[in-house]
Design a protein around this ligand. Structure first.
Ligand code: DX5
Ligand code: ZN
Length: 215
């Protein structure tokens, strides 16, 4: 499977949301990554449904909502109604993982299941046959612009081995501190969806940055 690049809007200039989205689209990113934070599951509060409602109609790429919120099942219908293509939620934030997976599926969306750096891969393996993507957080979720945690590389390898040895059709996404250098490490370890905020939106040449992430 070819590598995909997903641009995290958390790092864009919110005063220019529409042109930032267009710039990302024109620079060749594959997906738009929409980080929702509730100030409870993570300390930070980002943006939620009203902002997505405004920008969803002008986004021409698949939108992956990364829900860093407690009790995510309560919000799945709202995000589905706003036109996202996939919902990625946190294993640590849901009391009933299976119920959230079923809920996302019932809306016809792609299912992503994420774990924080301290959560072992084995906690999500019972669900891996039922999801489209695993998200291995490569920083502690909550803020953009953090430094990549190299100890997460082992988790990427572990989940990639598990997927390949069973010929599963599941993508491995990474998020946090991904730039031209760390991209090489995570791809070698087995990641095939690279989320990036600061590196993409801070680049002088966004197209080259996206290319460096992909290849
Ligand atoms: C962090 C978010 C990330 C963040 C990545 O909790 O989930 O998507 O925007 O930002 P960078 O690429 O700047 O680390
Ligand atoms: Zn994210």
């Amino acid at each position: 499977m070819e590598n995909l690049v997903s641009a995290s809007l958390l790092a864009c200039n919110f005063a220019e949301l529409e042109s930032e989205v267009k710039k990302a689209e024109n620079s060749g990113v594959d997906w738009i990554h929409y980080d929702v934070m509730d100030g409870v599951f993570v300390r930070n509060i980002s943006f939620g449904e009203p902002v997505l409602k405004s920008i969803s109609p002008i986004i021409n790429l698949p939108i992956d909502a990364h829900l860093m919120i407690t009790d995510p099942i309560r919000y799945i219908d709202n995000y589905a109604d706003l036109g996202v293509n996939g919902v990625t939620f946190h294993y640590e934030a849901a009391s009933d993982t299976q119920a959230v997976i079923d809920k996302i599926r019932s809306r016809g969306l792609k299912v992503g299941l994420s774990i924080k750096p301290a959560t072992p891969v084995k906690s999500i393996l019972p669900y891996i046959h039922e999801i489209d993507m695993v998200l291995i957080m490569t920083v502690e979720p909550g803020f953009g612009g953090q430094v990549f945690l190299p100890e997460t590389l082992d988790k990427i390898r572990e989940v990639r081995d598990y997927i390949d040895s069973r010929s599963l059709n599941v993508r491995v996404q990474v998020d946090g501190g991904i730039n031209g250098e760390t991209a090489k490490l995570v791809k070698k370890a087995g990641a095939d969806v690279l989320v990036s905020g600061s590196y993409i939106f801070g680049a002088d040449d966004m197209e080259s940055a996206v290319e460096a992430l992909r290849n």
